[in-house]
Write a protein that binds this ligand. Structure first.
Ligand code: BG6
Length: 489
């Protein structure tokens, strides 16, 4: 309805995520004309700040990245005029009542929809949910709340959080973000599978040898150690970002594109997965390293990390899906900070061609000559397929070449940030890319026994130098399942 209004409150407005991602994404949506005519944005946090100070704080992060030419400065000014600030405690209904009064003035008597983005630590999610729902929820329109991980540390604490939130909000009002689901190539994963005849028929144990989900960053925790140390890489990246990609990769075709149909399939495949145990995992932690005269700090050199921390900054794991489609196929994951590059990709290694007529024509190892499909989520988004091809000439020699879809060559449009897509979906009530509570339970069930074992046994991580390829243990883990990591070839 063109005449309703939208109020977005960013709770925890002075935090890093709000500054770096949420305000810029909201501006991008405004810039693209995706926000309704009547909208207001409020920052909410404990510290005192004026509206002007909030505007100043966020203005530096707003960019007209899509189209540099057109009235960028004007658009920024117009956007900032819609941004306000309210200081309040996170557990005070009275403070949220005051926010409510301010929101009402801006809403001007229109039907108002209200979106709260909880950009705050999870220990105050429930307080804010209580105050927002009792004192600042919409009277005639909808009220939705976006929350972001960590959703607990294990099955029990996650269930407790879910229960706490559900005292004040219906499941339909809770939008659990995993920002990887908002990435262009992750969204495209289903398109690739279900709208091309050539892939889906091969998508099973019959043709696929293994699948790899690889995440690497070329920087360490750098000051974020306070949060990270309590969680570690398995909870920070694997249990959510990589597992979400795996679920979409491996799920059965959904009945429709409806959010419930898709999430039903994701839950099913997650529930078919084996729980992880120690033998399936290698953990590592980066140590300082001097390269080119520069000393790169180790994880425990980070001032925000306890000096004797054994929190993993790297992990490799082998997961299995015990269903008819994937029985016996290793799904390998590898995630690490302070490695030699920043990249996220999915690699699908296919089986050998049975009775390959050309096996003698490969100069190298036949094992290297199987097809591999690579979906590079970031950077330089791409999908490419390694095929065997005859080297032109009179002889019969084959090599491996790429059928290449490089997004930068193929599409001139810029790829939107994950948060733009997800915020727009939340505003539109599209829940496909958000995590349902049963999905979250299933995800924790796979990792919780392992996480507990690592902690009770105080398993020491294998140290690896900052900027390296990670611990060699990962190599042995893959070898155990007859797998070669695709990113090391
Ligand atoms: C976050 C993690 O969820 O994802 C961070 O907490 C990580 O540790 C980040 O750096 C990576 O996101 P992206 O979009 O930069 O790949």
């Amino acid at each position: 309805n063109g005449e309703s209004s939208l109020s977005i409150t960013v709770v925890g407005a002075s935090g890093d995520l709000a500054k770096k991602k949420i305000f810029p994404a909201l501006f991008a949506l405004f810039y693209e004309g995706c926000l309704p005519k009547h909208f207001t944005i409020f920052g909410y946090a404990r510290s005192k700040m004026t509206d002007e100070e909030l505007r100043k704080m966020i203005s530096g992060t707003l960019t007209c990245r899509i189209d540099q030419r057109e009235n960028c400065e004007d658009k920024i000014d117009n956007f900032l005029k819609k941004c306000f600030y309210h200081a309040g405690q996170y557990n005070s209904e009275a403070d949220f009542k005051q926010l409510d009064a301010k929101l009402k003035t801006h809403e001007g008597g229109r039907v108002a929809n209200r979106l709260f983005y909880l950009s705050i630590p999870p220990n105050i999610f429930i307080d804010v949910a209580r105050c927002a729902s009792s004192s600042a929820s919409s009277e005639q329109g909808w009220t939705r709340v976006i929350v972001e991980k960590p959703f607990g540390r294990d099955s029990a604490s996650s269930a407790e959080l879910t229960k706490g939130l559900k005292q004040f909000l219906a499941e339909e009002q809770i939008y659990r973000i995993d920002h990887y689901l908002g990435k262009e190539l992750v969204e495209n994963l289903s398109v690739l599978r279900f709208s091309n005849l050539v892939f889906e028929p091969l998508w099973s144990r019959q043709y696929i040898r293994n699948v790899q989900f690889l995440f690497s960053e070329d920087f360490g925790t750098e000051g974020r150690g306070g949060y990270f140390d309590g969680y570690g890489i398995i909870r920070d990246i694997m249990q959510n970002h990589l597992l979400q990609m795996l679920a979409i990769f491996a799920m059965e075709p959904p009945v429709s594109l409806d959010a419930e149909d898709i999430r039903n399939e994701k839950v099913k495949v997650l529930r078919s997965m084996r729980t992880l145990n120690l033998e399936d995992v290698v953990i590592g932690q980066y140590k300082s390293h001097v390269r080119g005269g520069v000393r790169y700090p180790g994880y425990t050199d980070d001032k925000t990390v306890p000096p004797n921390s054994i929190t993993p900054t790297f992990a490799a794991a082998a997961l299995f899906i015990d269903n008819a489609r994937w029985d016996g196929v290793p799904f390998l994951m590898k995630a690490g900070k302070a490695l030699n590059n920043r990249r996220t990709e999915i690699r699908v290694q296919f089986r050998h061609v049975p009775g390959n007529l050309y096996k003698r024509s490969f100069g190298t190892d036949l094992d290297q000559a199987t097809n591999e499909l690579v979906i590079r989520v970031q950077p330089d988004e791409a999908i490419y397929l390694k095929i065997n091809n005859k080297i032109p000439g009179l002889g019969m020699r084959l090599d491996r070449s790429n059928l290449n879809l490089l997004y930068a060559d193929r599409y001139s449009r810029e790829i939107p940030d994950a948060y733009e897509r997800l915020l727009l979906d939340a505003i539109e009530g599209e829940r496909r890319l958000f995590i349902r509570s049963d999905e979250l339970d299933a995800a924790w069930a796979i990792f919780t026994p392992l996480l507990q074992e690592l902690e009770t046994r105080r398993v020491s991580p294998e140290l690896y130098p900052y900027g390296s390829r990670g611990p060699v243990g990962a190599h042995y883990l893959a070898a155990k399942y007859n797998v070669r990591w695709g990113d090391l070839n």
